[in-house]
Design a protein around this ligand. Structure first.
Ligand code: DSN
Length: 419
């Protein structure tokens, strides 16, 4: 993989592209929402379909010359149906947020009510945050995790729903490490006459592989992204029953988007095809086993995990007990310096700020794609703790950071990426 053609006309852009390739090769990507796609998906995403306008849907486009766009989109749709078992799938959303937007546009009017998990308890901006269109167009109330257990407080959710009478309850989260009980939320939605949107953006691949229960067939709408635990390149999807199919399609295009990004749809087709291979189940199971190994080892070192562990691809560490003088932001910076790339994250009942929160979130999809297994995740946990323990007066000892960086280099060399 090189960027010679770019370099011949644009050395600055080539430097940035080559720099990013080198960064991914030489660091441990542990941002829970990121992954490394296969070279086949990369090739599909950088294909000539980037040149094609294809407003509409297969067989009913607003432009000529869409025969291959139709083929690739149909492949993506059929493969998605096989992976998740939904009646109807729209593969055009540019991202998970655009997938959620399509659902809101289908079922809500401005001023209608959304009930969703608070952002600092693991929710997502597109579930009703004031900085997002959802918080500006709709009335939003929050539910929370139980402060004692870190698990969703389903009883409190039910009570809140009965008081607030939402039009939609949103489940599915961006920093929640535990299995979601879709049926319990559906019972509440039924009791209050609300729709149920399950946003499985983070766990799309885990659900496809059957290592997390599926909300398909339970919730009215299921949205997801295609680049986190499933390795199909950037984008979103919406799934629903046949009864909402036409409305969802109209809400995606022309309601919320223009022409689909057909090169991304091609990436989805190829990535979904890869996920239909039985080997993908092994990958997804390893993602979870790796997250558990990481979490267990961090706990052995005295770190506190929100909910005490994980059932998914991520762990959320609350640093307040073990490292009260280290903020999530400072931890993120020092670990980044050592080549471990994760993010500072808010924790339930956050006492700092979203810009410099009290926790760190770490995920295993990317390292698992590079072939890491449990024993190496334990080594990674040891490295993370060495950096956290090296803090004094708000700064990590540079010698420790550098020594950890050398060990990160060795791990990366053992697990080459895009050779
Ligand atoms: N930005 C993603 C995450 O990190 O969870 C969600 O959109």
């Amino acid at each position: 993989m090189n960027y010679d053609r770019v370099r011949s006309i644009d050395p600055d852009a080539a430097d940035a592209l080559a720099g990013e390739l080198s960064r991914q090769r030489s660091t441990l990507s542990m941002i829970a929402s990121e992954n490394h796609v296969s070279e086949a998906v990369l090739e599909a995403q950088s294909s000539v379909l980037t040149n094609k306008y294809a407003e509409g849907y297969p067989g009913a486009r607003y432009y000529a010359g869409c025969e291959y766009a139709d083929e690739i989109e149909t492949l993506a749709i059929e493969r998605a149906k096989a992976l998740w078992g939904a009646d109807h799938v729209n593969v055009q959303p540019h991202s998970g947020t655009q997938a959620n937007q399509a659902v809101y546009f289908t079922i809500l009017e401005p001023g209608d009510k959304i009930l969703s998990l608070d952002l600092d308890h693991g929710g997502h901006l597109s579930h009703g945050h004031t900085a997002n269109f959802t918080g500006q167009l709709y009335e939003v109330a929050g539910y929370q995790v139980d402060p004692e257990t870190g698990y969703i407080d389903y009883e409190a959710l039910d009570e809140r729903a009965r008081e607030f009478e939402p039009d939609v309850i949103v489940s599915g989260y961006s920093a929640y490490p535990r299995t979601v009980e879709w049926e319990r939320i559906q019972e509440t939605a039924d009791a209050v006459g609300a729709y149920h949107l399950a946003d499985i953006a983070h766990i799309t691949g885990l659900v496809a592989a059957g290592v997390h229960p599926s909300p398909v067939g339970v919730a009215d709408f299921v949205t997801g992204s295609t680049h986190k635990t499933i390795r199909a390149g950037r984008g979103g999807i919406v799934m629903c029953d046949e009864e909402f199919a036409d409305d969802i399609d109209r809400s995606v295009f022309p309601g919320g988007q223009g022409g689909p990004l057909m090169h991304n749809v091609a990436g989805k087709a190829v990535g979904f095809g890869e996920a239909l291979d039985p080997a993908f189940e092994g990958y997804a199971a390893q993602v979870v086993a790796n997250a558990r190994a990481l979490g267990d080892r961090l706990t052995e070192h005295g770190l506190s995990l929100v909910s005490g562990g994980t059932d998914t691809h991520l762990v959320l560490v609350d640093l307040r007990e073990s490292h009260p003088d280290v903020s999530g932001g400072d931890a993120e910076d020092a670990l980044h310096e050592a080549g471990i790339v994760l993010n500072g994250n808010t924790v339930p009942d956050e006492t700092r700020s979203p810009f410099d929160p009290s926790g760190i979130r770490a995920g295993t999809p990317g390292l698992t794609a590079r072939g890491f297994e449990e024993s190496e995740m334990e080594t990674v946990a040891d490295l993370i703790v060495r950096v956290l323990d090296a803090f004094e007066d708000g700064e990590a000892d540079p010698e420790v950071v550098s020594a950890v960086g050398d060990e990160v280099d060795a791990l990366c060399t053992d697990h080459p990426l895009y050779e």
